[in-house]
Design a protein around this ligand. Structure first.
Ligand code: FPP
Length: 273
């Protein structure tokens, strides 16, 4: 006998190329409208240290556990056919952490790139990174370049890792590039508009995020994509990053689809009234 859950599991499988692992996931998938998914999801992955602290483990154990959430989020977004996912993996301010923690994060990143390359290719994901890359350790830069080149032929989701990233530094770099052009006489004042600035950001090849997710409950933006999130919908969850898995991501997407996005205008009903 076919019951309601298995019917919805089957139909969501066709829609999204995802096999629901539980009735909860099947229910969330059934609520999602594939036509109205965000074009770009950005994530501030926070709470690794607290996750470890609660378990009386060293902070780095939280980062290690957080890699599983990265894997789950990347693969689920790709299978939902979300065009772009950006993860805040290491901020320009994170260098202030103890050297041992910074070193661990860099090694973890290199390990992730090596371990996940096959999964990225299997899911047709293109990897890139943003931030002041020249200040990253040479070994990390080499591995990033290797993973970027090895996935450059893929045509599906663009996965962007923000590393040594700060939004203010990004704006400084954009202004510098515009002024350099102007100095060479190649740019008139009137040509400086929002489109030009957007084209000089690290994210020039990406649409602005529609959805910004932050885990661990903090209500702040932490110097992440300040220009690009002008009209993003925020979803802040108290769940700590290592506990953020597929059901939590699906919940965020369901909530996103409930939002009335007006971009400063009026919604359809108000316009008709
Ligand atoms: C914030 O938690 C998290 C980070 C600074 C690093 C995020 C890194 C990962 C999730 C793992 C590696 C990433 C990739 C892409 C493989 P926190 O340490 O600030 O937590 P707390 O606020 O509870 O102390």
């Amino acid at each position: 006998m076919v019951n309601a859950v298995s019917v919805s599991e089957k139909s969501t499988l066709v829609k999204f190329d995802i096999e629901a692992a539980s009735p909860e996931e099947a229910d969330l998938l059934a609520q999602l409208d594939p036509q109205r998914l965000p074009g770009h999801v950005a994530v501030i992955m926070d709470g690794n240290g607290r996750w470890a602290g609660k378990r009386h483990l060293p902070r780095v154990a939280g980062h290690q556990a957080g890699v599983e959430s990265v894997r789950s989020t990347v693969e689920t977004c790709a299978r939902l056919h979300i065009p772009a996912l950006t993860l805040y993996a290491f901020s320009a301010e994170n260098w202030k952490r103890p050297q041992q923690e910074v070193g661990f994060l860099m090694r973890l990143l290199r390990h992730y790139l090596r371990a996940e390359l096959d999964t990225l290719n299997r899911n047709n994901i293109r990897l890139q990174s943003i931030g002041r890359q020249k200040d990253l350790p040479a070994t990390v830069r080499e591995d990033l370049e290797w993973a970027r080149a090895a996935t450059s032929g893929n045509t599906g989701m663009i996965l962007t890792l923000a590393l040594n990233y700060g939004a203010r530094a990004e704006l400084v770099d954009a202004v510098r590039s515009i002024v350099a052009d102007a100095r060479q006489g190649g740019l008139e004042l009137e040509q400086i508009d929002e489109k030009l600035i957007q084209s000089r950001l690290y994210t020039a090849n990406l649409p602005d995020p529609d959805l910004l997710i932050r885990t661990s409950g903090e209500m702040r933006v932490s110097n992440f994509l300040l220009w690009q999130i002008a009209y993003a919908e925020f979803w802040v969850t108290p769940v700590l990053w290592p506990d953020f898995r597929r059901p939590e991501l699906l919940q965020a997407l369901v909530e996103y689809q409930k939002r009335d996005r007006r971009f400063g205008g009026l919604n359809g009903d108000a316009v008709r009234a």
